[in-house]
Design a protein around this ligand. Structure first.
Ligand SMILES: Nc1nc2c(ncn2[C@@H]2O[C@H](COP(=O)(O)OP(=O)(O)O)[C@@H](O)[C@H]2O)c(=O)[nH]1
Ligand SMILES: [Mg+2]
Length: 202
């Protein structure tokens, strides 16, 4: 998989605006500020495709990005669990994330982003339980790998895998700042899209 082209398609702020198409979608979820938008920009080799922010909790919309003119769509979902917004606002965001996970017709895999330095919190665990419960395939992506030495990063990767009860091979380590870890993610995307192309045996 080589990403040659990426373009913003549209934003969805309400349930009605969620795209219901047949192009495969890879959704990016995670806590506010974990690096979702930076990750999409990094993977797409594009500095300013998805808006990034130092202030957590800025993206309240679902943003759709076309990759390679219809090969797949990256979906940047609002961050969950941002402490500074009130409960009403939180519930609204939760609803749109859940509506997306339930109603998107193109969703193939959810990339769950976790900061390499932090323990997965209750919101992360809730998200993973939700994905398990509804049988939605997912991939764990550890972000901000540049914040730790290589050996400390690998150790944290094992700890995250243990905490979430997944194999260590299911946790991909990235840094959008250092631009490291892209190949593993691209291989994973290729795999996700290939599985989809296999003919269904009668
Ligand atoms: N050191 C470091 N900082 C990062 C990395 N990715 C994102 N950030 C920073 O984390 C903050 C939040 O990033 P953003 O992509 O907007 O997170 P989002 O809220 O999950 O979309 C910004 O200040 C980014 O510059 C990374 O790989 N390394
Ligand atoms: Mg963002």
């Amino acid at each position: 998989m080589v990403i040659k082209n990426a373009e913003f398609i549209t934003s969805a702020g309400t349930v009605e605006q969620i795209i219901k198409g047949s192009t495969p979608e890879i959704a990016v979820v995670g806590r506010s500020n974990v690096g979702k938008s930076s990750f999409i920009n990094f993977m797409c080799n594009h500095g300013r495709l998805a808006k990034t922010s130092k202030e957590p909790g800025r993206t309240r919309l679902i943003n759709y990005f076309d990759v390679n003119k219809g090969e797949f769509i990256f979906v940047d979902l609002p961050g969950y669990g941002f402490a500074k917004v009130n409960d009403n606002e939180k519930a609204k965001w939760g609803k749109i994330i859940e509506a997306y996970l339930q109603e998107s017709t193109g969703l193939k895999n959810v990339f769950v982003l976790l900061d390499i330095r932090r323990e997965p919190n209750a919101d992360d665990v809730q998200m993973l339980n939700y994905l398990y419960h509804y049988n939605i395939p997912f991939t764990i992506i550890a972000t901000k790998g540049d914040k730790l030495s290589r050996s400390a990063g690998l150790k944290r990767k094992r700890e995250i895998a243990n905490a979430l009860k997944v194999g260590v091979g299911n946790v991909l380590l990235t840094s959008s700042l250092n631009k490291s870890g892209a190949q593993e993610v691209l291989d994973r995307i290729e795999n996700i899209l290939e599985v989809e192309e296999l003919p269904i045996e009668e």
